[in-house]
Design a protein around this ligand. Structure first.
Ligand code: ADP
Length: 158
């Protein structure tokens, strides 16, 4: 049974993240979506809220787990029994950043592999930043979020 970790800030989880998750589920038996947070950095949504949003978005998917972690991604993989890290690639800039991180992770944990999945879906342009901006300015974010996510439950605009 091959378990992959899909780590990210997911602040919040978007329809673009969901497309990456769907591709990962075609390859791996189980995918753990892991909200990485740094207690020194204040996010837009609290880590527990980000987890709740992802749970809403993935409630119908049997082979998905959702959790949060702080610290190194390779330690989260080891603790959760994941042998693969999945990251989505949107642009060449993503690749440049991600390949350096993947090399560092391979040095730290040679037993864990990184797999990049291209953002080739319809929503590869969507980012958490866009969603936050639209939310703050009271625009309609529903088309940028996975089906089933009721963001009003988590964001009141105050
Ligand atoms: P981080 O802050 O760790 O980069 P993000 O939440 O921004 O976390 O993104 C998590 C992962 O999802 C990253 O690998 C990122 O490249 C990927 N990703 C983000 N948005 C999209 C999208 N629209 N299409 C495909 N991949 C995406």
């Amino acid at each position: 049974m091959r378990t992959a970790l899909f780590p990210g800030s997911f602040d919040p989880f978007t329809i673009g993240h969901y497309e990456v998750l769907e591709s990962a589920l075609k390859i791996f038996d189980k995918v753990i979506v892991a909200v990485g947070y740094n207690s020194a950095k204040k996010g837009f949504f609290a880590p527990q809220t980000r987890v709740e949003i992802i749970k809403q978005a993935t409630a119908h998917l049997p082979n998905v787990e959702v959790c949060s972690y702080s610290g190194l991604t390779i330690d989260a993989c080891r603790n959760l029994g994941a042998s693969v890290i999945v990251r989505g690639l949107r642009t060449t800039a993503d690749f440049e950043m991600e390949s350096v991180i993947a090399q560092a992770n391979t040095k730290l944990a040679p037993e864990i592999s990184t797999v990049f999945l291209p953002a080739c879906g319809e929503y590869s342009f969507v980012s958490s930043t866009i969603v936050r901006d639209v939310l703050i300015h009271k625009g309609d974010v529903s088309q940028f979020l996975p089906k089933g996510v009721q963001i009003e439950k988590f964001y009141t605009g105050e």
